[in-house]
Design a protein around this ligand. Structure first.
Ligand SMILES: NC(=O)c1ccc[n+]([C@@H]2O[C@H](COP(=O)([O-])OP(=O)(O)OC[C@H]3O[C@@H](n4cnc5c(N)ncnc54)[C@H](OP(=O)(O)O)[C@@H]3O)[C@@H](O)[C@H]2O)c1
Length: 270
């Protein structure tokens, strides 16, 4: 995916703008990636599971600014566990605009799994969203991405490699598997498809009323640990995702977008 969407739009109206799918993109970082890509001229597929209302409202806004430029697809990523359901999901994705140029793996679950309390349900959910679905979805969409000389970008985590987030063993393991997927597929899919990753530090705190919420004391110690002394913004991540999509000589790379937080993490400290 080495085309400049704005150039495509301005030069030749017969050429359709490229299409990006972002999983879990009704809100937060996923929505920021969708907005940034749309501003650059992409047609966007907003995927969601439970946040259908937010997804529809985002699509309405985008379609108002440019007609027929955004669609919503609702699906639990557990579809990857069933051949027929995955085929239906892929069919919906491709039928939305007739092509797919960029696949962004953003959907995730994130919560602690202290040793002694780890169960299969947590394992299955954290591995499904953070590792299995990205792999099986990439595989299922491969022919379409290949046709467009497309690319894949994965949302990882600075804790996916060497610096585990304390008490989050299963999440850390799943993101580490996803990180290795990025590197393995970059090798296997070259030269047709580039595969890269963005590793956020702390860019949007989990919603306070959700099961993903962080304790206030933990939030303070996190901000203290960030050299740039602020929580990042979803737009910081979107910016790096768009860079990787346009970086035609970059594959298998993971960019930390963390305000320098990775530099201060050591020995399991927050
Ligand atoms: N926030 C941060 O600071 C931070 C830090 C490090 C890494 N990251 C990574 O960056 C990405 C975005 O972060 P975020 O905090 O914006 O993500 P998030 O809000 O925790 O999750 C994004 C979306 O994932 C979707 N999702 C979860 N389970 C799903 C399932 N079974 N099927 C389909 N969709 C499912 C949800 O969609 P619905 O709401 O529609 O159900 C949710 O809105 C994630 O991969 C995350 O691990 C974020």
């Amino acid at each position: 995916m080495n085309q400049e969407p704005n150039t495509l739009l301005s030069k030749n109206t017969d050429i359709q703008p490229p299409v990006m799918l972002v999983t879990g993109s009704a809100k937060r970082i996923g929505a920021a990636i969708i907005r940034a890509a749309h501003t650059q001229g992409y047609r966007v597929i907003i995927h969601c599971h439970r946040s259908e209302k937010e997804a529809n409202s985002l699509a309405d806004q985008l379609n108002k600014s440019r007609a027929n430029s955004a669609v919503v697809i609702v699906a639990d990523l557990a579809v990857v566990n069933h051949g027929a359901a995955l085929e239906d999901f892929v069919k919906n994705i491709i039928e939305a605009f007739g092509q797919l140029d960029v696949l962004v793996h953003n959907a995730s679950r994130f919560y602690p799994s202290p040793i002694g309390y780890i169960n299969h349900e947590q394992w299955n959910e954290l591995f499904l969203t953070n590792a299995k679905a990205p792999l099986f979805l990439s595989q299922a969409l491969l022919p379409y991405l290949k046709r467009q000389q497309g690319c894949i970008v994965s949302l990882l985590d600075i804790h996916a490699h060497d610096r585990p987030f304390n008490n989050y063993t299963v999440y850390n393991m799943a993101k580490a598997a996803h990180r290795m997927m990025v590197q393995s597929l970059a090798l296997e899919l070259a030269p047709d498809i580039r595969v890269n990753g963005v590793a956020p530090g702390v860019n949007v705190l989990p919603e306070t009323d959700s099961d993903q919420a962080l304790e206030p004391t933990l939030q303070h110690s996190i901000v203290d640990s960030i050299p740039l002394q602020r929580i990042g913004k979803p737009e910081d991540i979107a910016h790096s995702v768009l860079y990787l999509i346009q970086a035609s000589y970059v594959t298998g790379q993971i960019i930390d977008v963390d305000g320098g937080r990775g530099l201060t993490l050591a020995g399991g400290k927050y």
